[in-house]
Design a protein around this ligand. Structure first.
Ligand code: NAD
Length: 303
């Protein structure tokens, strides 16, 4: 079925460049009215220029779409509210939030200032939270919302020099995991994109042959799907790069079960370390009450 966004209004944060620009162009090309949010500035989040968002608005309009610019920073709660206000004032509704805005302040943790740590947390984590907070009552009231946050392998896999960024990106996975339970009743679905693409953020990090395949527009189809009516999943992470798409899930090992009525010692943990760590027969990670129940039954602890 063709995925369209006619009559839908979308905010894309950080839409002036890279991935956000592609997300905005794709949504607009399929009928969405888009708030192109971007204050401009460097990869580190220094400086700013209205021309960055204006250029994408002009591009959308030139292609026959509808868009307005917002130059507000997501990292400020009041400013984030104005992004949502821009959508309501210009288009009278809000259906989609793509929280994509991001910065980097990479350094080994030993050399990283707390200011750089907090700034990155503020843009990625709090920027997404502030925008969601402003959008939430509108989506709840209309009983419709699609929110796509932007996570990263830097959090789920780990990457040297990105303690601030990895922590912020991983926190977003926790955020949608909780919010999906709160949004379900109101048909608000929250999912995460975990992208890898050639942008100014990655330009110098990877070899040319691989960057050539990693066009940012190859990530946007997953974002558009997660922003659509067709999307009924929530709390999921989709990894996307160079035309490949996959689901990211946490797993846990089969592990061991000791008798909970007997003392359990650190030595018992050490003696069973290999078994605890072995993910040869992985289980989905979760609050495995059923698994615990089955094990305790097998041990004769529960009747
Ligand atoms: P980019 O630098 O090209 O785009 C990020 C945009 O966010 C910029 O236009 C910037 O001006 C804007 N921005 C920065 N601070 C902002 C703020 N406070 N408020 C609003 N907008 C702000 O980088 P990109 O690679 O397109 O990154 C987009 C998102 O994808 C980021 O969240 C990034 O962390 C994430 N990401 C990218 C990759 C990748 O491979 N490129 C990998 C994992 C995650």
């Amino acid at each position: 079925m063709t995925i369209r966004f006619d009559d839908r209004v979308a905010i894309v944060t950080g839409a002036g460049a890279g991935l956000g620009r592609q997300h905005a162009l794709l949504l607009a090309s399929r009928g969405a009215k888009v708030v192109v949010n971007d204050p401009g500035g460097s990869v580190e989040g220094v400086g700013g220029a209205n021309a960055v968002a204006d250029a994408v608005v002009a591009e959308i309009k030139a292609a026959g779409g509808q868009a307005v610019a917002s130059y507000a920073s997501v990292a400020d709660e009041k400013a984030a509210q104005t992004i949502v206000d821009t959508a309501m004032n210009a288009f009278g509704r809000l259906d989609i939030l793509v929280a994509n805005a991001g910065v980097l302040r990479d350094k080994a943790f030993n050399n990283m200032s707390m200011e750089d740590f907090e700034f990155v947390m503020k843009v990625h984590l709090m920027g997404t939270v502030y925008c969601t907070k402003a959008a939430w009552p509108i989506m709840r009231e209309r009983k419709y919302g699609r929110i796509v946050v932007t996570t990263s392998g830097s959090g789920t896999v780990g990457n040297f020099g990105q303690a601030n960024y990895g922590a912020a990106k991983m926190a977003l996975n926790g955020f949608i995991n909780v919010m999906r339970t709160e949004g379900a009743k109101y048909n608000i679905m929250l999912n995460a994109i975990s992208p890898s693409a050639r942008t100014r953020m990655t330009e110098t990090l990877l070899p040319e042959w691989v960057l050539n395949f990693m066009r940012p527009e190859l990530v946007s189809p997953a974002v558009a799907y997660m922003a659509s009516e067709q999307c009924t999943m929530s709390g999921e992470i989709i990894s996307a790069t160079a035309g490949s798409f996959s689901r990211v899930k946490y797993i846990q090992s089969e592990g061991v079960q000791f008798d909970p009525d007997q003392p359990v010692t650190p030595e018992m943990f050490e003696d069973n370390f290999d078994k605890i760590m072995d993910i040869g027969t992985p289980q989905p990670h979760g609050m495995s009450l059923q698994r615990l129940e089955a094990r305790l039954r097998a041990m004769g602890k529960l009747k």
